[in-house]
Write a protein that binds this ligand. Structure first.
Ligand SMILES: [Zn+2]
Length: 231
């Protein structure tokens, strides 16, 4: 044990860190999730198959190239809390870490083709209320692992949409259509963009974003999310 190991050991003794999913105290070499949860998290492995359930959701709707998500967001699963902590409990560091995990999962796949990472934007008023954009946190972690630049000044959300949870898929689509706008289009001409979201449910937000980006000459759009709601 070297000095820094001693320090971590000592620090953990008084300020133990807990698994973000199951709450057991973490061991020194564990981060965010305990080894058990890391083993059990229901990974989608969509990045190993171009033709997957998520990608099929976009067929005939939007010209999205690759689609993947880190894990399945299932009813009753202990992993749902990760998304809850990220979206509503202000846990920004968890967002970055989930981005890193997602990055480690998809690196070395067809995703290596992408040029730039763009998180799904929040309306500025909503970002002010929440204090941060959770998709941007995920993007920070992804950018670090994939070693690709993240830009938050190209795609903006200029219409504030009300909460989507009680709407039908059709209503959701109408609601988010035209909520997004591309500025500084010249910066992404001819680029392959990786659009980042927290959870994909109906995909309507991603479609609305992708459709705006695809209006720019030579742009290709792929998507990745931390979780895919398997409902
Ligand atoms: Zn755990």
């Amino acid at each position: 044990m070297n000095l820094s190991d001693y320090f971590i050991h000592f620090f953990r003794l008084f300020f133990p860190k807990y698994c973000e999913a199951c709450n057991v105290p973490l061991l020194k070499n564990e981060k965010t999730l305990c080894a058990n949860c890391l083993y059990e998290i229901p990974k989608t492995k969509f990045h190993e198959q171009e033709d997957n359930v998520l990608n099929r959701m976009f067929y005939g709707i939007s010209n999205i190239k690759y689609s993947s998500a880190f894990f399945y967001f299932k009813k009753g699963s202990k992993f749902r809390i990760l998304i809850h902590k990220l979206k509503y409990a202000g846990n920004q560091e968890l967002g970055i870490e989930l981005g890193r995990m997602t990055g480690r999962e998809i690196i070395g796949s067809f995703y290596d083709e992408i040029d730039v990472i763009i998180p799904v934007p929040l309306h500025p008023a909503k970002k002010r209320i929440r204090g941060y954009n959770q998709s941007e946190m995920i993007g920070i972690g992804l950018s670090e692992i994939l070693e690709k630049e993240m830009r938050t000044d190209i795609l903006i959300r200029h219409i504030y949409t009300e909460t989507q949870t009680k709407k039908t898929p059709e209503e959701r689509r109408k609601n988010v259509n035209s909520a997004f706008k591309v500025i500084k289009a010249e910066l992404i001409t001819g680029k392959h963009i990786l659009l980042v979201d927290d959870v994909v449910t109906t995909g309507s937000t991603l479609v609305a974003c992708a459709d705006e980006l695809l209006k720019i000459k030579g742009v290709t759009v792929s998507v990745v999310a931390v979780a895919f709601a398997d409902i």
